[in-house]
Design a protein around this ligand. Structure first.
Ligand code: TXA
Ligand code: MG
Length: 329
């Protein structure tokens, strides 16, 4: 484990992108913003760098990583996009969508990053800072969310710093992210399958496909099976405090994560209150979700009570993350 590293923090910009590219090229670890969450990048072709990345996060090595590239030509060097994958790529890249497809024959992504699978997860992020780093580096960058394994994903550079300072080489600070939940993962192997709800809604994907997206046959959320999206382990997105869903009231000493205009009984005795979106806007709620969970958790409440959130649009991803945060540990 590389601890005791001096972690450099640079503002986004040309110098930041060039430093990031240099550090990636020599096998270092660089955190950078994407529109979904901050990622922790390593050279996708460098197994030693990827080993350091798993160690820095404390992540089980069987959990494969997403390869980030700047454009579609680079994506096609890594994976074989069938007609369905191509139509989704066309419609939504760059953006908050990850496609799982078969590897190409001379796929440049190290086996360690794909956990030995013959498929690979690919994403073209839209964030200008991520794009600048990918272009300056010139190759694929594998990047999980830039948090310690089991923690909530980072939506600010300060979140990355609090989890990973001393363990990584560089943090490029591009300010708060806009989407706030991780990318939606669609498997394009046989029938297109929703492996992880995320920052691109099911509704928008189904509109392009002209068909319903299947969910995996087994809910891929168990620690001990070999799930389709192995990162979807039950308590993956967890604050320290217990999380209580669909709260209709607030118990003394609980913090409240509110949504919409309603006022719950007991709210005046809450340890802290944050509202994901007072007007009930699901995009705004997604952008605020992880930061507010971190902020409420930092108050060390008895528990975090969460108001009900509708399942449509980005609500599917928000509820998915909240259910994982609520799994008793
Ligand atoms: O928004 C995002 O997707 C962020 C940013 C940084 O791009 N990244 C992210 O990565 O959320 P991570 O490592 O936290 O989640 C990647 C997910 C995991 O659940 C992993 O199991 C799944 O992608 N995955 C990767 N390769 C896969 C494959 N070949 N088949 C199925 N699932 C795969
Ligand atoms: Mg993650």
């Amino acid at each position: 484990m590389k601890t005791g590293l001096e972690t450099l923090i640079l503002p986004a910009g040309e110098a930041g992108a060039e430093a990031a590219a240099r550090i990636l090229a020599r096998g270092g670890l660089v955190a950078f913003p994407t529109e979904t969450v901050y990622g922790l990048g390593a050279d996708a072709g460098n197994a030693a760098a990827i080993a350091h990345l798993y160690a820095a996060k404390g992540r089980p090595a069987f959990n494969p990583l997403i390869a980030h590239v700047a454009d579609l030509a680079a994506a096609r060097r890594i994976g074989r996009l069938d007609a369905c994958a191509s139509s989704l790529a066309e419609a939504f890249w760059p953006g908050p969508l990850t496609l799982v497809v078969p590897k190409t024959d001379n796929c440049p992504v190290a086996d360690l990053a794909t956990a030995g699978l013959d498929t690979v997860a690919i994403r073209i992020p839209a964030h200008p800072v991520a794009q600048a780093i990918l272009r300056a580096f010139g190759g694929a960058v594998v990047a999980p969310s830039a948090n310690l394994s089991g923690h909530v994903s980072p939506t600010l550079a300060a979140h990355v710093e609090s989890d990973l300072a001393g363990r990584i080489d560089l943090i490029v600070d591009g300010g708060p992210v806009t989407v706030g939940v991780e990318s939606t993962i669609v498997g394009c192997l046989n029938a297109p399958m929703l492996l992880r709800p995320g920052g691109l809604s099911r509704e928008r994907i189904e509109a392009v496909l002209g068909a319903r997206l299947a969910r995996p046959p087994v809910e891929a959320d168990s620690d001990d099976s070999q799930p389709l999206a192995p990162g979807m382990m039950a308590s993956h997105y967890a604050p320290r405090a217990n999380v209580r869903l669909n709260a209709q009231d607030v118990a003394p000493g609980e913090a409240l994560l509110a949504f919409g205009p309603a006022r719950l009984p007991g709210v005046d005795a809450a340890a802290a209150v944050m509202n994901l979106s007072p007007t009930g806007d699901l995009d705004e709620a997604a952008a605020n979700l992880f930061g507010y969970l971190r902020a409420l958790d930092a108050r060390r409440p008895r528990a975090i009570a969460v108001m009900a959130i509708p399942e449509d649009d980005l609500g599917e991803a928000i509820n998915d993350r909240l259910r994982r945060a609520a799994v008793a540990r």
